[in-house]
Design a protein around this ligand. Structure first.
Ligand code: FSX
Ligand code: SF4
Ligand code: F3S
Length: 356
């Protein structure tokens, strides 16, 4: 079935050619292309069709939808109106009840193998926990995933089980991938994920007509290739051995490293320190809060928050930090020592991550 191109839709909405080109340039930047390559994006948007999207929501807090609608590059508005045709969504839909359920079924008939299934929230594996429209959500996810060209698991709940899966996991919450067999699944973890990462994944699929390159855990490499720690604005203080000891001390005012307050940046892969949140304004660490590793598998049960954690694989890091905390002199030498263990941890961590 012939679908409108992104360009045709934008023109129909009264977007000027000039604004269309600006939109493509912003998109190219979001995809990490340099400005000389924005022609590629323009060409793709002029010829590629809008992608039909079905957005399902299960056990979650709706934070993923909340994050998505705040995207600035590209704007959520241009993604929703120009890039995709949102065929079914529980949060943003005007339709409800049978009308909405019928719309979802129609997508299966009209766009089989062509639509993207975006999902937020985990699936309760126990019997009778969640029915939507009288149907067990396990059946819905299996059926809709089987007919999709790709599934995007938005958020740590959909990707790993999330908060609902926290011990003792009363609903038997499972990630979306547990119910998908022959359709590629893209994990976009974070609780919630960064807005521009959410829209960027869809933008990539429209521009290149393929899913983005994924790491061994199924996350797009473009957004999850770095540890927060490696791009952190407080990293120089970590290397110098200068740490915040309590939230209201002098180190906190100076912006020192939050490692001793439980920062999990050294074991967390996400783009927060590079892309930041709210259109690039800030991210948790910049605002004075240690990273709780919200994009990592099992973060909800992964030790207490705000306590210097013992679970970092390179246990020497903890030992050295103690020494530095006690040292009055020799900060530079100690800082170098910490940097050295930090680097060896990175090496080990990369080894652990195989091909990434
Ligand atoms: Fe989970 Fe999404 Fe955390 Fe919430 O909907 S990833 S609980 S912020 O937002 O699913
Ligand atoms: Fe930044 Fe946390 Fe690493 Fe310190 S431990 S440099 S605050 S990521
Ligand atoms: Fe989450 Fe850490 Fe980023 S808590 S939002 S991954 S800085």
């Amino acid at each position: 079935m012939k679908r409108q191109t992104v360009f045709e839709t934008a023109m129909e909405r009264g977007v000027s050619r000039r604004d269309f080109l600006k939109m493509c340039t912003a998109l190219a930047a979001a995809l990490g292309l340099d400005y000389t390559q924005s022609d590629k994006v323009v060409q793709a948007m002029e010829t590629n069709s809008r992608v039909p999207v079905v957005w399902l929501q299960f056990q979650d807090c709706t934070g993923c939808s909340e994050s998505f609608i705040r995207s600035t590059h590209p704007t959520a508005e241009s993604v929703l109106f120009d890039f995709i045709s949102l065929e079914y969504t529980e949060v943003l839909s005007a339709a409800s009840g049978f009308q909405a359920e019928t719309a979802m079924k129609q997508v299966l008939e009209k766009y089989k193998g062509e639509y993207v299934l975006a999902v937020e929230g985990s699936i309760p594996d126990g019997e009778g926990f969640t029915n939507v429209g009288g149907i067990d959500v396990k059946e819905t996810i299996k059926e809709m995933a089987a007919g999709a060209m790709a599934v995007i698991s938005y958020g740590s709940c959909a990707s790993w089980g999330g908060i609902a899966a926290a011990e003792p996991n009363p609903t038997g919450a499972k990630p979306i991938s547990s119910y998908v067999s022959n359709t590629p699944v893209i994990l976009v973890p974070g609780c919630p994920p960064i807005s521009e990462v959410m829209t960027g994944v869809i933008a990539h699929m429209i521009t290149f007509g393929a899913i983005p390159e994924l790491d061994s855990q199924g996350r797009p490499k473009a957004f999850y290739r770095h540890r927060i720690h490696d791009k952190c604005n407080r990293r120089a203080y970590f290397d110098a051995g200068l740490f915040v000891e309590s939230f209201d001390d002098e180190g906190a005012k100076q912006g020192y490293c939050l490692y001793k307050l439980g920062c999990k940046g050294p074991t967390t892969y996400n783009a927060c320190a590079e892309m930041r949140w709210n259109g690039g304004v800030s991210y948790p660490i910049q605002s004075g809060n240690p990273c709780i590793g919200c994009s990592e598998k099992g973060f909800w049960d992964n030790g207490p928050f705000f306590v210097r954690h013992a679970k970092i694989p390179a246990s020497q890091t903890t030992a050295n930090i103690d020494k530095i905390g006690l040292a009055v002199t020799g900060v530079v030498a100690a800082g170098v020592a910490v940097h050295a263990v930090g680097t060896s941890f990175k090496k080990k961590s990369e080894d652990r991550r195989g091909d990434e």
